[in-house]
Design a protein around this ligand. Structure first.
Ligand code: S3P
Length: 439
């Protein structure tokens, strides 16, 4: 395990392009693999999670070439995947495992999906139970709640399902299973999670109806293949707001900072962190807003700010779920109390992010209290954080949140398990050094 020791730099300054969005990168490869035609994906995220998706799609018989962050996918069509000769390894990636299980549920072959120790410890009943209700034959450890998952492809039926958690991974697994079903699928309930799947499949020619409280996917007819549906989609992946958020908070909590992140995905299902930072009083501006493919993008500039505590709860949670560790660092530096509620999903992410965030904040000298569905942080106001030795627990977003905390801590902070950043942000440490470099 690698460790990195950081001291607070005198200033933080720079303009940077954050890596491609993780959710969009996964989907761009997976969906183009089952499309007709050849697609060119640029600004693809080369983090370990998205490389797991490429490897799995290759193991399913899809020809994919990658050169740095450009990926060429030669789609095989909805019925062109091949039975893999070995277990599919999804690494640390919940998105790969859950979306792929949905996609494979209706394919006429057998497949097994697994991942690393963290992924194998995460709950899967949330996908296996609804997929079974559509006709899937899936088994796994703990009665189908833990990977490895074994999928015996079966005909999918459409119908209706009410989502009980606002999870894009669950929603997407069901929509992908419905692609091969014999009737439309209607999803009700908690549909308000990130909507990249709906946007991208629709741009590929799939008929998806989006209502205020429901989504309906109409599977392409059997002769759709001859009409090349779904058709391949060449795209540039927008910058990842979940990666940019580390720099937004870094600039806000540092006394001498100005950072601009360019070309960031500003899809409203992903911008909860911007809303929270504004509510906390962050000095933040958005410019150059435009549309890139099926996603809105723009530049975000943040200056040193005097933050105040806030409440993060309810409908906001799915719009910033991955940003909560770094928002907790913002809360630690703010004046007053920040309360996070309705975020029990944090317990089943790459680590138990309620427990790991609270323990780390306490080590930094911050008053923080664990709650069943969130936490309460008493900010230190203008007081610097207390440098500490912190653990990433193998969780990429924790490693980066602690690096941001180190920018406002004295005298120094050590992060154990710093290599975890590779999962979603391979150039993170180099970018951090560039931003704090004395010119
Ligand atoms: C993702 C959805 C979210 C998010 C994850 C990526 C996706 O998970 O936390 O990092 O790409 O669909 P849930 O859908 O489980 O909330």
């Amino acid at each position: 395990m690698s460790r990195i020791t950081l001291q607070a730099p005198r200033h933080l300054r720079g303009k940077l392009l954050v890596p491609g969005d993780k959710s969009v990168s996964h989907r761009a490869v997976m969906f183009n693999a089952i499309a007709r035609g050849r697609a060119r994906i640029t600004n693809f995220l080369t983090g370990a999670d998205c490389l797991s998706t490429i490897a799995c799609m290759q193991a399913l018989g899809v020809e994919i070439e990658r050169q740095n962050d450009t990926v060429i996918v030669n789609g095989v069509g909805l019925r062109g995947l091949r039975e893999p000769t070995d277990v599919l390894d999804c690494g640390n990636s919940g998105t790969t495992l859950r979306l792929l299980t949905g996609l494979l549920a209706g394919q006429p072959f057998f497949s097994v999906l697994t991942g690393d120790a963290s992924l194998r410890a995460r709950p899967q009943r949330r996908i296996t139970e609804p997929l079974r209700s559509l006709g899937a034959s899936i088994d796994g450890r703990a009665n189908g709640d833990r990977a490895p998952l074994a999928v015996r492809g079966a005909p999918m039926h459409g119908g209706r399902y009410t989502l009980s958690i606002a999870s894009a991974q669950v929603k997407s697994a069901l929509l992908l299973a419905a692609l091969t079903s014999d009737a439309p699928l209607r999803l009700d309930g908690q549909i308000d999670s990130r909507d990249h799947t709906e946007r991208m499949l629709s741009a590929m020619g799939i008929d998806i109806g989006i209502g205020l409280d429901h989504i309906t996917l109409f599977p392409p007819l059997q002769d759709a293949e001859s009409k090349l549906i779904p058709h391949s989609l060449t795209l540039r992946v927008p910058g990842d707001p979940s990666s940019a958020a580390f720099w937004w908070v870094a600039a806000a909590i540092h006394p001498d900072a100005e950072i601009t992140t360019t070309g960031v995905c500003l899809n409203p299902t992903r911008t909860g962190a911007l809303d929270v930072l504004r509510a906390m009083g962050a000095n933040l501006t958005i410019s150059n807003e435009t549309i890139e493919g099926s996603e809105p993008i723009g530049d975000v500039t943040v200056h040193s700010s005097e933050l105040v505590g806030t409440r993060i709860e309810g409908d906001l949670i799915p719009r910033l779920i991955d940003e909560i560790p770094v928002l907790a660092v913002a809360a630690a530096c703010a004046t007053g109390e920040t309360i996070v509620r309705d975020a029990q999903e944090l317990r089943v992410k790459e680590s138990d992010r309620i427990a790991t965030v609270v323990t780390g904040l306490q080590a930094l000298g911050v008053e923080a209290e664990d709650q069943p569905d969130g936490f309460i942080v008493s900010g230190r106001g203008g007081e610097p954080l207390r440098g500490a030795v912190l653990n990433s627990h193998g969780d990429h977003r924790l490693a980066m949140a602690w690096a941001v905390a180190a920018l406002a801590a004295n005298p120094e902070t050590t992060i154990i398990g710093a290599e975890a950043v590779q999962v979603s942000y391979p150039g993170f440490w180099e970018t951090l050094a560039m931003l704090g470099h004395d010119v």
